[in-house]
Design a protein around this ligand. Structure first.
Ligand SMILES: Cc1ncc(COP(=O)(O)O)c(C=O)c1O
Length: 444
């Protein structure tokens, strides 16, 4: 399925002080985006959105020169030559003037490409140290574009702890067209080896996982996939590219729900997929342009606006999460805290290596009082909102067994009834702790 000759860039396990940095630059700067191009909505699929930005174009790529926060603010856009505008315009045009038959200035029709989307794609691929990036209208749309590489008869291995929407996509939609799948504990590499079949083409993982926050060895799993001629796909939504770059750890494709940390303000739904493999990029780009699950220019702008402050937000999210987790860990109403930042977490050391010394801001807890206690907690919190989703500036509480993971109810992957998930926001930590305390104290 993938070229063994691919340039795999393995990042060392050292702690990085400011987000993740691509070791060898990730992106070749020379390219053809700004040149007159021959792509069109009816074009040959090989030209779908695989251009590499030219440094002199208004969409420069900077993954090889700048630190994470500089890339987050500047990659993909330089001040507009015409107006001096320092922020990218929202190009609402759906179509672009041709300069000759079969020739245009890099943009033809907005489903295939759009200048605002291209700024976003360049910025996000630089943050993921990837050569190619594709924006989608949602996280599951990005996942779907990656899964479309699978053919009837192929087999997919996925984690036994996984976002419910991804599980539904794999087990409903793809099973129905003849792509078989099975789940395995991806923390157990021997079990993965044993579960790999001759027809397995892909392993799909999250790390940390939603909602139990287990930590998966991305390099180890990528190695297994490659030895068997398959590929490793990582949903990096929980970590964000600020904490973890799966491609640098050996994975082949990284996906995101940009709805979450990347946009960060719970005001836009979006998705993203990136790779440095030309053939995989071709497939994803073809799915993007052909199936057309693309984000609107306004949505692209909102995601871009959010990503510019990703490092600041995630630092605060993580600092708050450590305080909240330590408080919860000592509370008698809480039977167990799932947070990789706690030294007692089985994936603590692996998370430290993979996530640059920080641990994210998602956690889940098992309540000693079981389902009833969980129900009371989610309904009684004042600062936390009881809602789906995660990764926004505001703290959220959810009940996975009947919300994000309700699809797994009555299966062997059902979430326990005592489980509550917390997305720790950027509010004042003591207010979050006081909010939890006023309910938990009554549950003892
Ligand atoms: C880990 C993870 N991946 C993917 C998705 C899907 O993202 P979206 O809702 O943007 O389609 C979600 C949604 O909650 C998620 O939690």
């Amino acid at each position: 399925m993938k070229q063994e000759s691919q340039d795999r860039r393995v990042r060392s396990g050292t702690v990085v002080s400011e987000g993740t940095d691509c070791e060898d630059g990730g992106t070749a700067s020379e390219g053809a985006t700004s040149k007159t191009s021959e792509s069109s909505p009816d074009q040959s699929p090989t030209t779908y959105n695989l251009q590499r930005p030219n440094p002199k174009s208004p969409h420069p790529s900077h993954s090889d020169e700048w630190g994470f926060s500089t890339r987050a603010v500047h990659s993909g856009f330089a001040p507009d030559e015409l107006t001096g505008a320092v922020m990218p315009p929202i190009y609402l045009a759906t179509t672009f003037q041709n300069v000759d038959i079969g020739q245009h200035k890099g943009f033809s029709y907005a489903r295939v490409n759009n200048p605002t989307r291209q700024v976003l794609e360049t910025c996000l691929k630089d943050l993921e140290c990837a050569e190619f990036g594709f924006a989608f209208s949602s996280g599951v749309a990005a996942e779907d574009a990656v899964l479309r590489m699978l053919r009837p008869g192929d087999h997919l291995l996925f984690s036994d702890i996984i976002y419910g929407g991804t599980y539904r996509l794999i087990t409903d939609l793809y099973e129905s067209i003849g792509v078989s799948s099975s789940h395995v504990n991806l923390c157990d590499l021997e079990a993965v080896e044993a579960a790999w079949r001759p027809e397995t083409k892909m392993v799909w993982l999250e790390s940390p996982t939603n909602p139990l926050l287990t930590v998966v060895d991305i390099a180890g799993l990528s190695g297994i996939a490659h030895r068997h001629g398959g590929i490793c796909v990582v949903d990096n939504t929980f970590a964000s590219p600020y904490l973890q770059n799966p491609l640098a750890l050996g994975a082949d494709v990284v996906t995101h729900s940009t709805t979450k940390y990347i946009s960060g303000h719970s005001d836009v739904v979006g998705g993203f997929a990136a790779t440095s493999d030309h053939e995989l990029a071709h497939n994803i780009g073809q799915a993007q342009a052909t199936a057309g699950a693309v984000p609107s220019p306004l949505d692209c702008y909102l995601v871009l606006r959010g990503v510019m402050t990703l490092s600041l937000r995630v630092d605060k999210h993580c600092a708050n999460a450590v305080e909240v987790a330590q408080f919860l860990d000592g509370h008698p109403a809480v039977a167990k805290v799932n947070y990789p930042g706690l030294a007692s977490h089985p994936g603590h050391e692996l998370a430290r290596r993979q996530m640059g010394g920080k641990f994210g801001a998602m956690m889940s807890i098992h309540l000693a009082g079981g389902h009833e206690a969980a129900k009371t907690l989610v309904k009684s919190l004042q600062v936390f909102s009881f809602a789906e989703s995660l990764g926004g500036v505001e703290s959220l509480v959810s009940y996975p067994p009947m919300m994000s993971h309700s699809i797994m109810a009555c299966t062997e992957l059902a979430m326990p009834e005592d489980l509550v998930r917390l997305s720790i926001g950027i509010e004042t930590a003591k207010d979050l702790i006081a909010d939890l305390e006023q309910v938990l104290d009554k549950l003892v």
